[in-house]
Design a protein around this ligand. Sequence first.
Ligand code: KG4
Ligand code: ZN
Length: 331
Amino acid sequence: MIVLGIESSCDETAASIIKNGKIISNSVYSQEIHVKYGGVVPEIASREHEVQIVSVVQDALNQAELSINQINAIAVTYGPGLMGALLVGLNFAKGLAFSLDVPFIGVNHLEGHLYASLIDNEEIEYPFINLLVSGGHTQIWQVNNFGDYNLLGTTLDDAAGEAFDKGARLLSLNYPGGPEIQKASKNGDPKRYNFPRPVNKKSKLDFSFSGLKTALLYTCQKLSKNQITENLNHICASYQEAIVDSLLIRVKYAIEETGVKTISISGGVAANKRFREKLQADFGNTSKIFFPPMKYCTDNAAMIGLTGEIFILQNKKSNFDLKPVPNLNLV
Ligand code: KG4
Ligand code: ZN
């Protein structure tokens, strides 16, 4: 079975070829144009997807040394994400599926991220805990089986990736903020500034990052421009540490609450080196941890193709009246 995966939910135009559960090719076009605006501009994202999608799909086919007629099915993200951006990928997939006379399946972007944590990893045993940390979502799931998920906690305000992006903006660093803050943290002292790691007593597994962002703003207001520049590595290291600690605290609570000791992480923030190091240091001896390869943490179509292939093998397919769902949930 050869599946073409397509992803266009935000600012990455991506395509991938999956053959019998293996990733044969992975093409991602990251829309750099948003950097100058300090965040994703939805209208521009849609237009960029329209311009790029044919060449990205062609690139995925070329890498796999396949022609379009050899595709057996198409898997495409239909939500959550930006309406216009989703429309481009979904309509492209529908048109292609119609002309090739192959089935297509709409895939939930979050489910794609969740299963990305299993790529290149040995077989994972159910149940496991997945920490899904991206620019739009921060959720902790108990995964009982494929398609069987319990939400243990979610963010009450910003997502972890959003906290990185907004923090970076405050510090005049580029978008996306996660990699920028990680880079600027080099040789910084993570204890130099004391940022909050709030826990809601009634819902310990829920996250909150808006206070942290405000704390960063207050810290910056107390410092001169020069002091910020001189201490940038310490500020970034301390800010990053607070985000990472907030995630780790919930992993601890989730293990305590469920008794499940297998953990996987996914989403753009799962690419964070400090997060990976501390997760391994804190839980590596007592839990089994599944880290996705770096390139499959951020948005990609391999995770969509792989997830879609499982549905196709279960004889599921979408109808041509499938619409994008910008606020789609996992359950
Ligand atoms: O999963 P993703 O590519 O897109 C969404 O579905 O949102 O995640 C993007 C988010 C951005 O907020 C970005 O700043 C963050 O992931 N990110 C990181 C790192 N790489 C990407 N955050 C922290 N450290 C990183 N190395
Ligand atoms: Zn994503």
